[in-house]
Design a protein around this ligand. Structure first.
Ligand SMILES: [Zn+2]
Length: 367
């Protein structure tokens, strides 16, 4: 039995008509979930309240919260708001037309992160999924990449502060590098950040190289695995088996926080990776297996994906893999011939060697 946090109000996380990130994804997914996975014997859908200002101050500077709240409230009402948008946010956070109640929904997502931490730490559920979560580009005083408040960082900082954990794993499998999350924990040895993403030379945010391994006491605890374009099942399996799994075994996390939706899918509109829907199931399964080391304790944050057809299939595949549910999930898009075999595997082998070379002084399993 596991829990899914997924309130209907998430649909307000909507940058407006014509924007890449719309809020209807949450309604589409909820419907798909109910049709394909009966709620009673498998999971519960729970609701969380929004994060308070005090909660947000764990991850954000006050002037950023003040601006963000005022600006997006005004945008939702079709009004302009004084102040310099570009001081606090990048262009891809700029709403189009009339956006939803974005800031309120962003607070809800942080509220879900908090509730997920409490549910797992207090032993009510071993596994909690937060739909809408994984806003990994947001920084303490700067929002970018469709992210307002970084709920991934919130989980890490809240678990450090409230529950005194000292070995937290954050595993980021989104197609884009988690530049925000990385920045929060770059000096922090109690949080191991492992990030698989498309080669940053070919995709936003342009950071997340193998040699960015953390600094100060946090050196060795920031692990980037920049996957070559079109990397598919075999490439991901190699990265997990040669780096992620051995390092996690050596680190012995007390909890695993994983984030990322379906944007590594081969038919995603914003990226160039090569995973089929079955690849998301594999990621979920890998997380479930690795979590045996921490008695199954996992928080899973899912929001990304820029192919609407693929999104509900991929999200459900992640969840079924994580929860160990045997369910046949179709591939909604025809697999292109060039992806029939993973032609990026030789390139991935080189990446793996480079990552090992960068980190072998810090992890004996990589020597
Ligand atoms: Zn992404």
């Amino acid at each position: 039995m596991f829990a899914i946090l997924c309130r209907l109000e998430l649909k307000e996380y909507d940058f407006g008509p014509g924007h890449s990130f719309r809020g209807d994804r949450y309604e589409v997914f909820r419907q798909f979930l109910q049709e394909n996975l009966p709620v009673d014997d498998n999971y519960r859908i729970l609701a969380a309240g929004p994060a308070t200002d005090k909660d947000l101050l764990l991850i954000c500077e006050k002037e950023y919260v003040d601006f963000t709240k005022g600006f997006y409230q005004a945008a939702n009402l079709g009004l302009s708001y004084p102040g310099q948008f570009f001081r606090f946010h990048s262009g891809d956070n700029q709403p189009l037309g009339r956006p939803g109640k974005l800031e309120e929904a962003a607070r809800l997502i942080v509220g879900q992160a908090k509730k997920a931490c409490d549910l797992v730490q207090e032993g009510e559920f071993k596994k909690v999924v937060s739909i809408g979560g994984g806003l990994h580009h947001a920084k303490p005083a700067y929002g970018e990449g469709f992210c307002l408040y970084n709920d991934v960082a919130f989980c890490g900082l809240y678990l450090l502060q409230k529950y005194n954990l000292d070995r937290i794993l954050i595993l980021d499998t989104d197609a884009h590098a988690g530049n925000g999350t990385s920045e929060y924990f770059y000096h922090e040895p109690r949080v191991l950040f492992i990030d698989l993403h498309q080669d940053p030379r070919t995709l936003y945010p342009g950071t997340g190289f193998a040699n960015q391994i953390g600094s100060g006491n946090g050196r060795g605890f920031n692990i980037n695995i920049p996957m070559p374009p079109y990397a598919g099942d075999d490439s991901y399996r190699l990265a997990f088996e040669t780096i992620v799994e051995p390092v996690v075994k050596e680190f012995k996390p007390q909890i695993i926080i994983r984030n990322g939706g379906t944007d590594p899918h081969f038919a995603d509109g914003l990226t160039n990776l090569g995973l089929p829907v079955s690849g998301f199931r594999m990621i979920g399964e890998k997380v479930r297996q690795m979590a045996e080391i921490c008695d199954g304790r996992t928080i899973d944050l899912i929001a990304s994906g820029y192919n609407e057809k693929v999104l509900p299939y991929g999200w459900l595949a992640l969840i079924c893999g994580l929860a160990g549910i045997e369910l046949e999930i179709a591939e909604p898009e025809p697999i292109p011939q060039k992806l029939g075999t993973d032609s990026s595997l030789p390139e991935t082998e080189k990446v793996v060697e480079e990552v090992k070379r960068q980190l072998r002084d810090y992890w004996s399993c990589l020597r």
